[in-house]
Ligand binder design. Structure first.
Ligand code: FUB
Ligand code: ZN
Length: 656
């Protein structure tokens, strides 16, 4: 039965007893799971290996030795009345690291790492109570208070446990953690939905996790529970419980029901996880209520509240959104987890709608705002990701609230989830990553191999090998930036037009193609040995911001392909704020090394202001300025940095 047909039937089944068959949407494709994708890409594979080694080593060290996270699980199992140590949501970091281990084991098999994961799983399983409850904060504390405080992240931790369990099952086929997750999810379902006991999750996450559990178990109970959690929001149940701290239901997107939401508010990570879960439910039930609401909220994010890096949540006060167009650069909060959440949500929206604009935003957040959260060495992290620095920012080994390190670890190591999609008669290529997979399209196995040096180079070669000749449509994403669109909407635009064209060849011949929603559609009979070549124009583009973004007035940013660039002191005699970028600046690109990372840097001869050695004079002279990919900054000590480069002398500052 086709995916669409199943979704429609299920929708009718779920809602027919309410006599309402709501307007339905059908998901355009099903993402190909990371466990089916092998990555050998020059850009990503070293990062996957780094996460599998250095990043996870850091997470394991912090989780086991430097902090009490694993110790809390051991204490529960010992049952000796020992106290909980740390913060009430610390369990979640164990689960997220475990999830990253699961993905890493696919990309970088490692018996010792698998053994470590199995040891952790034993400890987690031993901390589960007979009724399925699992949370070290309450079990070591006052268990009679469990499920009394919606803000205490019990369901958030449960969500991360479920996600880890599904990932580990997908990679290894081992069920132990999955069975723990199922028992916990059943406990939650019995405690809340089946008793219709109001509960607004204080930190959304469980909604999307339950949908993963639904897909792996095919048990509709989890779909219903996820939808139930979504439906709790915006009905006043959180009043006096989770709003206290903020006196504002907007903080946790609880002001109106999800289907009535129109604007982005509050905590950025909470919002991203919420909308990801809603899109996941809509993908199965076809519920247009969620999709319509999310389209409007998405526009509010992307058209008015997104950094050029794809980061969101400019305010540290609420770790989230403030007012429209309030996007400071040096004080940007822009949490790594929020960019990770942008990747999650935009993937779901892309699959639901088949519109590449969501993948354009995903790619922007992934290669810039999110990747910036991880050092090139793999063992240092950014929590906030500013777009300008006077040298005060640096990556840290860990944080008290340590949500970001394991979040970026799990995102990078699961990048295989975002590359391909499939539907009954189509193959979707969304990201350009050297990789291979086999997808079943209309009962035929089709092997796909992608080769590329993206994002440094715009050439992508895709070999398609169906087992037997078969007709299907290849949906090949043509990024917005290659079509002259800096971002969807008008928050940012390219300063100049370009004549450069995207070229697509099939078996060496240029082909004309229909373009639908940002995808080139190559609908034909495919046979063994067919090769598609895509050539994207990798030009240096200047980006200007809408005047409402006052921090960017009289400034430009540089972008090449999906990468946003910055000027960092390490490449420019310790200075990053002392140049202006005139309209007529000419750019060249050069291979460049940042530690061991080979990148393409951008250079231009531009006016640079310097102070004489005796400190008595300033002069302006043309000098070569080097810009590097934003994600790679802050790896060579503390340095000034800027993404938005001044065009007028009034904005020049000299560090001396
Ligand atoms: O509350 C759990 C996590 O800690 C949030 O997602 C982050 O924003 C940080 O506050
Ligand atoms: Zn975080």
């Amino acid at each position: 039965m086709s995916f669409y047909y199943k979704a429609l039937l299920l929708n009718i089944f779920l809602f027919s007893n309410m006599m309402i068959i709501a307007q339905t949407v059908t998901r355009h494709y099903e993402p190909v799971n990371f466990s089916q994708v092998t990555i050998n890409d020059a850009f990503w594979k070293p990062k996957l290996d780094k996460v599998a080694t250095a990043t996870l080593e850091a997470c394991i060290h912090q989780t086991e030795e430097k902090t009490p996270r694993i110790r809390n699980f051991e204490k529960v199992a010992r049952k000796q009345g020992e106290q909980h140590e740390g913060i009430y949501y610390d369990d979640s970091d164990v689960y997220k690291a475990l999830e990253a281990m699961a993905y890493a084991l696919k990309n970088h098999p490692d018996a010792a790492l698998e053994q470590k994961a199995d040891d952790w799983i034993d400890k987690i399983a031993a901390a589960q109570l007979p009724d399925g409850y699992l949370n070290t904060y309450y079990t070591l504390g006052d268990l009679s208070k469990r499920w009394t405080d919606m803000e205490k992240h019990e369901d958030y931790c449960a969500g991360h446990l479920i996600e880890a369990a599904v990932a580990y099952y997908n990679t290894t086929g081992k069920r132990k953690l999955l069975d723990v997750a199922i028992r916990f999810a059943d406990h939650i379902d019995a405690t809340f939905r089946l008793q219709n006991r109001p509960w607004v999750s204080g930190h959304q996450e469980i909604e999307l996790a339950l949908m993963k559990l639904y897909h792996v178990t095919q048990n509709e109970r989890y779909l219903k529970l996820s939808d139930w959690f979504l439906d709790q929001r915006g009905r006043g149940y959180g009043k006096g419980v989770i709003w206290d701290q903020w006196k504002d239901p907007k903080y946790c997107q609880d002001e109106v029901p999800v289907k009535d939401q129109k604007e982005i508010t509050g905590h950025a990570v909470r919002a991203m996880y919420l909308y990801t879960g809603a899109a996941d439910v809509a993908a199965v039930t076809g519920d247009a209520g969620y999709v319509n609401a999310m389209q409007t909220v998405w526009e509010d994010v992307v058209y008015r509240n997104m950094y050029i890096t794809g980061g969101i949540g400019s305010s540290g006060r609420n770790e989230g959104f403030s007012i429209d167009y309030d996007l400071p650069n040096e004080n940007a909060y822009c949490e790594t987890c929020a960019s990770v959440g942008m990747v999650f949500w935009n993937q779901r929206m892309n699959a639901l709608t088949g519109d590449a604009k969501f993948m354009d935003v995903l790619e922007r957040s992934l290669y810039n705002g999110a990747l910036d959260g991880l050092s090139l060495s793999g063992d240092r992290f950014f929590y906030g990701n500013p777009l300008a620095s006077n040298g005060q920012h640096f990556r840290r080994e860990w944080f008290g609230t340590a949500c970001c390190p394991s979040n970026i670890a799990r995102l990078v190591s699961s990048v295989g989830d975002y590359i391909y999609g499939k539907s009954d008669n189509s193959l979707w290529v969304n990201l350009f990553v050297g990789s291979n997979t086999v997808v079943k399209i209309d009962k035929t196995d089709v092997a796909v191999q992608m080769e590329t040096n993206y994002p440094w180079d715009g050439k992508v070669k895709i070999s398609v090998e169906p087992k037997s000749k078969t007709k299907f449509a290849l949906h090949l994403r043509i990024p917005g930036w290659a079509r002259g669109e800096a971002v969807p909407g008008d928050l940012y635009e390219f300063a100049n037009t370009s004549d450069a064209k995207t070229i697509i060849r099939v078996n060496g011949k240029d082909v004309a193609y229909a373009e639908v929603n940002g995808y080139a559609i190559l609908d034909r009979e495919w046979k063994k040995g067919d090769v598609v070549e895509l050539e994207l124009p990798m030009e240096v583009r200047k980006v200007v911001a809408r005047p409402d973004l006052k921090y960017n007035n009289d400034r430009v940013a540089l972008q090449r392909g999906p990468l946003v660039y910055c000027v960092e002191g390490a490449d420019n005699n310790g200075q990053a704020w002392n140049m202006i970028l005139p309209d007529n600046a000419r750019f060249t690109t050069v291979p460049h090394k940042i530690l061991t990372e080979s990148v393409v840097a951008i250079q231009a001869d531009v006016p640079v202001v310097t102070v004489s050695e005796d400190g008595l004079n300033i002069k302006t002279e043309k000098k070569k300025v080097t810009a590097i990919p934003y994600y790679a900054w802050a790896n060579r000590g503390q340095n000034p940095m800027q993404v938005w480069l001044p065009q007028k002398i009034k904005d020049v500052k000299i560090n001396y």
